[in-house]
Ligand binder design. Structure first.
Ligand code: B12
Length: 305
């Protein structure tokens, strides 16, 4: 049985949705056999949702400077990039049920049950959906329960470590091809909250960036050193603690200066709850501050020149 969903977009609609010209779509189809739309009774191409997502992914790679040939090769080598269509698209219901099972299992310190539910989630949904629509809401809920003292510190540590290990494994499973534009991701010096940055890194890898994940508490001098050495396209930093915000503003200014002096077009992207209610800092970081929602991430990437 094919997992491909039924086609329902014509070539004009796909052109509009993806920004890839109809002629280019036909060339990609003939030359690379990467998208094989169905035909309707009149013989016109009809594209499925899955086809559209594949085209969007390819278009993003081309925008990033990868040749279409290389992009197709990457797609074949790493099937994980393709959004997985569940055989039965139970979508939100299935995610809600998995959410419930994982929370119950973690409350019970039952790693086996929580892992089984995670595996099920990954067999049904793409990694990004699992990270953003399953793990993130669970973490936010855990954070709130912890703040209301409904969850012990031991429970919070257990759950944080459970997800940290899974998110790190998911990040490793996504390609980090050297041809892709480079992102350095790190928590600033003194910062240990890295679950949000891990999710953002998965999001970026799924969009065709090569993310080097530097993790928690990166000393500032070492950050400057690695930026000078690797000259990344993007530096993405996380700051969870409000106390670290003044240091983050200095880091931001210094990085912008390095990019200017070194003449490499680096963009800085800074997020984390430390900045959430600090309007002054957000103003200082204009163009670099990115809020915690997927919409903000999409908007920031769209505006990337
Ligand atoms: C789990 C947790 C921990 C874990 C972290 C594990 C880990 N590996 O990340 C551990 C136990 C290590 C920890 C330690 C501490 N914690 Co703590 N911790 C939490 C808790 C319960 C949940 C945080 C979490 O992971 N949320 C889920 C993630 C996904 O959310 P997030 O990090 O905010 O990320 C989202 C956005 O901010 C954004 N984002 C984050 N980074 C980036 C980066 C970029 C580039 C972008 C675009 C977006 C982005 O995207 C995410 C999606 O929306 C919160 C309580 C709460 N209510 O949230 C406290 C909390 C964050 N901790 C807090 C504190 C004070 C501490 C400690 C100082 C406690 C102590 N006294 O020891 C230490 C020190 C940590 C340090 N030096 O950094 C405070 C922070 C207060 C503040 N803002 O200043 C909180 C809010 C608790 C509280 N109410 O006091 N903590």
């Amino acid at each position: 049985m094919s997992t491909k969903d039924h086609g329902f977009y014509n070539i004009k609609a796909v052109e509009k949705m993806t920004g890839v010209a109809a002629g280019t779509l036909r060339v990609w189809e003939h030359r690379y056999q990467v998208i094989q739309p169905d035909r309707n009774k009149a013989g016109y191409r009809v594209y499925s949702q899955e086809d559209v997502q594949t085209i969007q992914w390819l278009a993003q790679q081309v925008k990033n400077g990868v040749t279409i040939g290389q992009a197709v090769k990457m797609l074949h080598q790493h099937d994980v990039l393709r959004p997985i269509s569940p055989l039965v698209d139970t979508g939100k219901d299935a995610l809600g049920e998995l959410h419930r099972r994982i929370v119950l299992a973690l409350d019970d310190y039952d790693e086996q049950k929580a892992s089984a539910a995670m595996e099920e989630a990954l067999s049904l949904f793409s990694m990004e959906r699992v990270a953003v629509e399953l793990i993130l809401p669970i973490l936010q809920e855990l954070g709130e329960r912890w703040a209301r003292r409904e969850l012990s510190v031991a429970h919070e540590h257990f759950a944080s470590n459970f997800f940290r290990a899974r998110l790190a494994a998911m990040l490793c499973a996504l390609p980090a091809n050297r041809d892709l534009p480079l992102v350095l991701a790190a928590c600033v010096s003194g910062e240990h909250h890295d679950l949000g940055l891990l999710i953002f890194s998965i999001y970026l890898r799924r969009r065709g960036f090569r993310v080097i994940y530097l993790g928690q508490d990166l000393p500032t001098d070492d950050l400057y050193e690695v930026v000078g050495e690797l000259r990344p396209r993007i530096v993405s930093l996380s700051v969870g603690s409000r106390l670290l915000v003044p240091e983050v503003l200095l880091i931001h200014d210094q990085l912008k200066d390095m990019s200017k002096r070194g003449a490499f077009p680096m963009r800085v992207c800074i997020g984390g709850r430390g900045l959430d209610y600090d309007m002054e800092a957000q103003e200082h970081l204009k163009g670099a501050y990115v809020a915690g929602s997927i919409e903000s991430w999409d908007n920031w990437l769209r505006a990337l020149d």
